[in-house]
Ligand binder design. Structure first.
Ligand SMILES: Nc1ncnc2c1ncn2[C@@H]1O[C@H](COP(=O)(O)OP(=O)(O)O)[C@@H](O)[C@H]1O
Ligand SMILES: [Mg+2]
Length: 550
């Protein structure tokens, strides 16, 4: 029994760690794991769901003294919600990290299943859910300590949807503003089709509307006879070489779950059918897409050479398509790209010049790209929406419900013109209004939409010393001074200097002046709100008392 349990725990602990989670407690034959604590990531719910799926599989493959593989079965329950974690009792002596909240009560599922109730707000639209293939749970919910039955889902598999944007936005509302950007892109497209191919690099912080802009461009180009390539980088696959390329070809070749290797090979052959060097490229692509074939490329060819062959095959594919029609090649979110994809991109930037290709690349502003200064590259930074356009977006999102001015103003102030924040805040306000049966009387201070909480906390958790200082700052207000921080935090000057430097570098807060005379402003009110709500009331209160006596 000991050996079986040990094998189980080893396997589970390894997986939880691999997916960026944290094993909080071993409960005999069970494990309690957290995603989002102690380190929040913007995609914690997806990580949890993916990890759950893999766990259920992994346990059936364990070969233990209990019997051959297949003997053991595990069940996984996943829940999201706000919890208090850590020293709940307040004695300071606990070695464990207990949690209190509804979420931990609601994890249970029949064996061999992974159940999830991620996104416990009614909209239930976390990326994790839209990106998982799931079916409603059919067994009765029986969660200890919870009065109301709750909806849960049985997760069957990861779905093929590639991005948060694609996952969450089906029926998109109208595009607000971005007229100049669309014009620029259309001009570059025209240039690509009539003169020489070129590159547009769209930079912007998360949620500013990079993907939305590309969707709008694709829509405008629909009428043209063109062909598209889309490479979407993903935060989960940064260690997987050429993952975006692999996903692209799997999608266009129409691989289905459960396709046998020979079916996949046949689909791939059909995809490449019109190409010149079909045989070699087929072997190279088959290797890239992990389809077993008789060609033993890996054992006979050096990795560097294989990489060159792969790049050459991809470029040949592009050439053969671009020879027949102009092309739009989109590479999304390269801040998450693996090194090989970045190498490929270097090559593509030079390559497109000779072909009727518009290459549009998106990235967060901090991405460093050596090719950005080349002559055929246009760099465009997407700015926040101004108040007028932001208000228009609120109206688009709220639809038939008309929100009172003071609510609209609150949303405007808190969302800082970031379309994602505007959308999520508006939906949250409307949802809460429905729950309270009074859609119009809802001005809740410090609302952080559950859909954004992980992403916002992720920004704070990436800081080493800055998080605590950001929390203290959040109690003071949108603006706070170095002097006040010093008074309230009790930190030595040198450490506080390091912490505020970190806040400024990560663009959590904008620095005015030099410490110790500096003041700081939270770049986004929502980051301030997230920092504020991540503290227990007692700590906020201590900070405020400190503030009053300052
Ligand atoms: N100009 C805009 N008009 C309307 N909605 C927008 C606009 N820009 C962004 N959005 C919406 O805001 C959300 C975030 O935009 P997205 O394109 O996913 O951001 P990014 O790709 O920069 O992270 C999406 O739901 C998108 O539809
Ligand atoms: Mg995007």
């Amino acid at each position: 029994m000991r050996a079986v349990i040990a094998a189980f725990h080893n396997s589970i602990t390894g997986l939880v760690t691999r997916f960026g989670g944290f094993v909080a407690r071993n409960l005999g034959d069970g494990v309690l794991a957290y995603f989002g604590y102690p380190q929040a990531h913007e995609d914690d719910s997806e990580r949890a769901v993916n990890c759950g799926l893999v766990m259920v599989q992994a346990v059936t493959k364990l070969d233990t003294l209990a019997g051959p593989a297949g003997t053991l079965r595990a069940r996984v329950g996943i829940a999201t919600g706000i919890v208090v974690v850590g020293d709940v009792i307040g004695s300071g002596s606990s070695l464990e990290t207990p949690v209190v909240g509804d979420a931990p009560k609601s994890g249970s599922a029949p064996s061999g299943h992974c159940t999830s109730r991620c996104g416990d707000d009614r909209r239930d639209n976390t990326a994790a859910h839209r990106r998982a293939v799931r079916v409603p749970r059919r067994w009765p919910p029986c969660f200890e300590g919870l009065d109301d039955p709750i909806q849960a889902w049985s997760v069957v598999a990861q779905s093929a949807v590639d991005s948060r944007f694609a996952a969450l936005r089906f029926g998109q509302g109208a595009l607000v503003n971005r007229i100049e950007e669309i014009e620029l892109l259309l001009r570059r497209w025209k240039q690509a089709t009539t003169e020489s191919g070129n590159v547009v690099l769209l930079l912007g912080e998360p949620g500013i509307g990079k993907s939305r802009l590309i969707a709008a461009l694709e829509q405008r180009l629909q009428a043209h006879r063109m062909c598209g390539f889309r490479f979407s980088c993903s935060p989960h696959h940064q260690d997987s070489p050429l993952y975006p390329v692999v996903r692209h070809f799997e999608r266009v070749a129409n691989f289905q779950r459960g396709d046998s290797p020979s079916t996949k090979l046949e689909k791939l052959r059909r995809l490449l059918a019109s190409d010149r060097e079909v045989q070699t490229d087929l072997a190279v692509f088959a290797y890239l897409l992990s389809i077993p074939t008789h060609d033993k490329l890996q054992s006979t060819i050096a990795p560097q050479r294989l990489k060159e062959m792969t790049f050459a095959a991809i470029v040949r594919k592009l050439e053969s398509l671009a020879a027949s029609a102009p092309m739009l090649v989109v590479v999304e979110d390269i801040h998450w790209a693996d090194p090989t994809t970045l190498d490929l991109l270097d090559k593509l930037v030079a390559f497109v010049e000779r072909w009727p290709i518009l290459l549009v690349v998106t990235a967060r502003p901090e991405a460093q790209l050596s090719w950005a200064s080349k002559a055929n590259v246009t760099v465009r930074l997407l700015n926040a929406l101004d108040n007028e356009h932001a208000a228009q977006l609120i109206v688009n999102v709220s639809g038939a419900i008309s929100l009172p001015d003071n609510v609209v103003n609150r949303i405007l102030i808190h969302a800082d013109g970031v379309p994602l924040f505007i959308e999520e805040l508006t939906k949250t306000v409307i949802e809460r209004g429905k729950v309270n049966n009074d859609p119009l009387s809802i001005i809740i201070p410090n609302v952080v939409p559950t859909t954004l909480n992980a992403s916002l906390m992720g920004r704070l958790d990436r800081l080493v010393a800055g998080k605590e200082v950001a929390q203290i700052g959040s109690v003071i207000g949108r603006e706070f001074s170095f002097e006040m921080l010093q008074e309230l935090s009790g930190l030595p000057t040198k450490r506080l200097m390091e912490a505020v430097r970190e806040l400024a570098q990560a663009e959590i807060a904008i620095e005015h002046g030099r410490p110790p005379d500096a003041t700081y402003t939270f770049k986004h009110a929502l980051v301030q709100d997230a920092a504020y709500t991540s503290m227990l009331r007692e700590r906020r209160r201590r900070s405020i008392y400190g503030l009053l006596s300052c």
